[in-house]
Design a protein around this ligand. Sequence first.
Ligand code: FE
Length: 198
Amino acid sequence: MIFMRTIFLAIIASSAALASSALLFLPGHHPNPAPTHLVNTLKGEKLNAHGEYSVTPKVFKVEHSEASWKKMLGPARFEILRKAGTEEAFTGKLLNEHGYGVFVCAACGQPLFKSTTKFDSGTGWPSFWKALPGAVIERPDDSLGMERTEVICSRCGSHLGHVFDDGPNPTGLRYCMNSLALKFHPEKKPHSVKQAKR
Ligand code: FE
C-alpha cells in the first residue's frame, strides 16, 4: 500500500514539473521580467498574463493605413519604420552627422533627439544617450531570440531602433537608431551665456 502511494506521489510530482517546464515553451510566454527603465507606456497598452503587450488600436496621434505609409515613406523607410526592419551598419547617412540641431522621426516629424546627446558608439548606427522627454516609447522585444528593448515614436508608433544599457554617462543608455528612421533638422547654435550677456 505504501509502495503504491509512493508511486502515485512520484507521478503527480513529475507531471507538475513537466507542466511547468512546458509553460516556458508556450508561444508568447515571457520568462524574463520587463526591463525596468521603460520611460513611457502606450496609452491603453497592458501586459497580459503571458507577458505580451496588447496594443489597443488608435492610440497614436498620427495613424495611416499600411498602403498610405508605404506611399509616403518609400520602400526602404517603410521596411524600417513600419516593419521594424534594421538597416545595414555603417550605411546610414546620419551616422556621421555632427551638426547642431534636432533629429526628428522620419515618419511624422516629431523631434526625438538633440544633437548634443549624439555620440559615436562604434556600432555603425546613429547613437544617442538620451531621448527628448515624451518623444519615444520603449517596450520589451524578444524577436530573433534576443531580449531587447524596442524604441518607437510616441506620436506615430513607428519603429526607430533599440535601447541598450551600455551607453555613456550621464544616463548609461545607448539609443541605437536606424539612420533611415530619422531626419536631421539643423538649428542655429545658441550663443554661450557669456556671449548672450554682451
Ligand atoms: Fe513618428
